[in-house]
Design a protein. Structure first.
Length: 288
């Protein structure tokens, strides 16, 4: 089973129907972008995580790309409308910030992917993620943590992380909460950087995973369905010239690692001080 968090679109903007008495009721998945064939899978009902975000538990389907339609009512008296902005690569929740399908899009490889292609792309995604995690000094996949016996600052928006005194040293997102006695709650949190929700991280990982596949010249690259950029081939086919990747600043250039600087974990250390001379020669008059 996969999890999909949806932000409803209505009248060209993200819209939360709950305050007006509306609800998000259903997600239908199709195998084609026309969304006119048989429904591959459906998920209902949606759970409102926080303002404007609704979660669907998607049943197991074959790995691949699906196009979805979300049905919801904008307000209490309104008629149901359909949001067709969903393009979903499944499965989710595998520790990857991007999908093999996204790498295939960059390479120009047609879908659906073979199992060999999928495995090759997943490997390169994980390699790119490892480079990003090392540079940022933090993992790209958050962890679930439960804090017990918390008292909120206010009670009208408990899904908001700012409503709680959280003893965590990283980004925190409220998943759920349960009331205890004496006005306290147990709160389930998602703690840490969620790389899959950071567009700059996703773009970096996809671009570098695709380029890693493209630059390979062995049989694995051929099996993966991609090859290096060919600029010219001799008449006899005995020599081939390859185009280099665009350099930084050119259109289509790979994003650089410093484009992720704002996400680096800051480590605070005391300012360096000159060593203190041993007592009794130190400037301090107190013996330590």
């Amino acid at each position: 089973m996969s999890v999909y968090d949806h932000k409803p679109m209505w009248a060209g903007a993200h819209y939360d129907p709950a305050p007006a008495g509306g609800e998000v009721s259903r997600l239908d998945l199709y195998a084609t972008p026309e969304r006119d064939g048989a429904v591959v899978a459906s998920a209902a009902p949606a759970v409102r995580l926080r303002a404007g975000v609704y979660r669907f538990d998607v049943p197991h389907v074959a790995p691949g790309r699906y196009w979805g339609a979300v049905t919801f009512t904008p307000n209490e008296s309104g008629q149901a409308v359909t949001d067709t902005s969903v393009r979903l690569d499944l499965p989710t929740g595998q520790g990857l910030v991007a999908s093999p399908e996204a790498v295939a899009d960059t390479l120009g490889v047609p879908l659906p992917l073979t199992s060999v292609q999928r495995s090759a792309y997943e490997t390169q995604i994980r390699n790119a993620q490892a480079d990003v995690a090392a540079y940022l000094g933090r993992a790209l996949v958050p962890t679930v943590t439960t804090l017990r016996g918390l008292t909120p600052y206010w009670t009208d928006a408990l899904e908001d992380a700012d409503a709680w005194h959280l003893d965590v040293d990283d980004i925190a997102e409220v998943i759920s909460y349960r009331a205890n006695g004496e006005s306290t709650y147990d709160v389930d949190l998602l703690v840490g950087l969620d790389g899959a929700k950071e567009e700059t991280v996703v773009r970096y990982v996809v671009a570098h995973a695709a380029e890693s596949v493209r630059q390979r010249t062995d049989q694995a690259a051929t099996a993966a369905g991609a090859g290096r950029r060919v600029s010219s081939v001799s008449a006899e086919g005995q020599s081939i010239s390859y185009d280099p990747a665009p350099t930084t600043g050119q259109a289509g250039a790979l994003p650089t690692i410093n484009s992720l600087n704002r996400l680096r974990r800051l480590v605070f250390q005391p300012l360096s001080r000159p060593p203190r001379a041993p007592w009794p020669y130190a400037s301090s008059r107190a013996r330590r």
